[in-house]
Design a protein around this ligand. Structure first.
Ligand code: AMP
Ligand code: ZN
Length: 485
């Protein structure tokens, strides 16, 4: 028997050896670690998804660009990646601290429709947004919490049977005192955990950090199901534990989310999942830092920006992706329209340069030392700002042949998802936010060109240039960029 195990281990070691080394920062240890999945060659990746009571804002999208860059990096290294992003369509209360009305019920009532209609509308919009910013949504499973009620009940029941839960009038609660490692993610102290949990209205709770696995139905709840604890609905955290187990198995390689989830949501997921399985739930916990717009993004501050606004202002959605990639996913990032405009101009120039190199190289690629440096950067905890600067320097350098540059563009595309090598999604039209007067001058110039009045067309071009914009005639129309960039 022993030699079989040894042979298996040898095979395993060999398989992982053929994979390039990827370093990832693990919130669990607080360190950068070499990535080593449970099964050689394959990765399970779960990302906490949106609560679909409204549109996802661009802060939420930062989280998915981060997990997409991670998935792309793993795939490009040869891993098979199984991805899940859950859709929360029940169970998320207005306050993360176990209080208030369910977000879905509240919105459905305000909009005088059903929670299903609200969920359908915003799930479709969310997935459309992801596709617009270059995420391959066909490659991701998007399970809805309401489709996994049976699994969530079974999960909570197991916890109760194993003695990790207790009943109250408000529903079934997880007993955090039964899980000695509670709060291990982020290495949180008792005081920090208590501050996050806040005081609860449920007086029967044994500890402020205890949380609902199943909530008894309130008279005005629009979503309720039968359960061993009476009619009610699942607690928010149980959804991720039950669905990740159902779709990806008991042990997951990587779990991602925004850093706001570390304290409560992810520590609760760990407590539930590890109490059921008796084994470590997730190998690598990874978290993105927040996007701010002046301050924290919030409806009450009136500073929320959606992807639709970005498109309406004439920016290509991939400009937002470029903007995110310029910062490391673990660094806080501040959004401004000027910064987005700079990203849009830079991306436009990158598209133009790539199209020239496509012609010069005839799309033949060769390896290069620049490509190796690019790979080393993305494999070093997704250092996309460094990768982008390697890309820019190398494409502008005369040290590389067109074929070497094309090789780099292909690799950059695989990791960054900026559509540099596919002209069909490379619209060579104005993609910066253009002031109205400039857009008008451009339209007059086009009209003059159509009439073959080249003197007038040139005069208009100079007028545009004097206003700080550059006009170039691309294969499918004029390209307008800000001259200063
Ligand atoms: P939610 O719908 O609020 O659960 O958020 C969906 C995802 O977006 C979660 O992973 C959050 O942590 C993340 N997120 C929320 N707000 C921001 C933000 N301003 N910047 C970055 N990530 C965010
Ligand atoms: Zn989650």
């Amino acid at each position: 028997m022993k030699w079989i195990t040894r042979l298996k281990n040898l095979g395993r070691r060999h398989a992982t050896h053929t994979m390039p080394r990827i370093f990832l920062t693990n919130t669990l240890s607080g360190n950068k670690e070499v990535f080593m999945p449970h099964k050689p060659g394959s990765v399970t990746l779960y990302s906490c998804g949106p609560t679909v009571y409204g549109r996802a804002h661009i802060g939420n999208l930062r989280s998915y660009i981060f997990s997409d860059t991670l998935a792309r990096t793993l795939k490009a290294a040869g891993y098979r990646v199984r991805r899940v992003i859950n859709i929360t369509d029940v169970g998320h209360l207005v306050s993360d601290a176990e209080e208030g009305e369910d977000k879905m019920t509240l919105t459905a009532k305000n909009e005088k429709t059903s929670p299903e209609n609200i969920a359908n509308r915003y799930t479709a919009l969310f997935i459309k947004n992801l596709a617009e910013i270059g995420i391959d949504t066909d490659d991701i499973t998007f399970p809805r919490a309401t489709s996994y009620i049976k699994e969530q009940i079974a999960f909570a029941k197991t916890l109760e049977e194993k003695g990790f839960a207790y009943r109250t009038k408000e529903g079934l609660y997880f007993d955090t005192a039964r899980f000695p490692n509670y709060g291990k993610l982020g290495n949180l102290s008792g005081a920090q955990l208590k501050a996050g949990a806040r005081v609860s209205i449920n007086k029967e709770k044994r500890n402020v950090m205890d949380f609902a696995l199943w909530r008894s139905a309130k008279p005005n709840d629009l979503q309720q199901w039968d359960s061993p604890w009476g009619k009610g609905n699942p607690g928010w955290h149980i959804e991720c534990s039950a669905m990740s187990r159902a779709l990806l198995g008991q042990k997951i390689d990587i779990h991602t989310g925004g850093e706001d989830h570390i304290q409560i949501h992810h520590n609760n997921e760990i407590a539930q999942s590890e109490s059921v399985s008796g084994q470590p739930f997730v190998r690598y916990w990874m978290h993105n830092a927040f996007l701010t717009i002046g301050e924290k993004i919030s409806k009450s501050l009136g500073n929320v920006v959606y992807l639709s606004e970005i498109s309406e202002k004439g920016f290509h959605p991939l400009s937002l992706r470029y903007f995110f990639l310029q910062a490391h996913y673990r660094s806080p990032l501040s959004f401004s329209w000027d910064a987005l405009e700079a990203s849009a101009s830079a991306l436009n120039r990158l598209w133009r340069i790539s199209s020239e190199i496509a012609n010069e190289s005839e799309r033949k690629s060769e390896p290069s030392e620049a490509r190796d440096r690019f790979l080393a950067a993305v494999r070093d905890d997704l250092a996309t700002p460094i990768a982008l600067s390697i890309l820019w320097d190398s494409l502008r350098s005369e040290d590389y042949s067109p074929e070497e540059k094309w090789g780099l563009i292909e690799v950059a595309d695989a990791h960054l998802g900026l559509s540099l090598s596919s002209p069909s999604v490379t619209p060579f039209v104005a993609k910066t936010a253009i002031p109205k007067e400039i857009a008008q001058l451009l339209a007059f110039r086009e009209a003059a060109r159509d009439e073959k009045n080249f003197t007038e067309a040139d005069r208009l071009r100079h007028e545009i240039e004097n206003s700080g914009y550059l006009v170039e005639d691309g294969p499918s129309g004029p390209v307008l960029t800000k001259a200063t960039l």
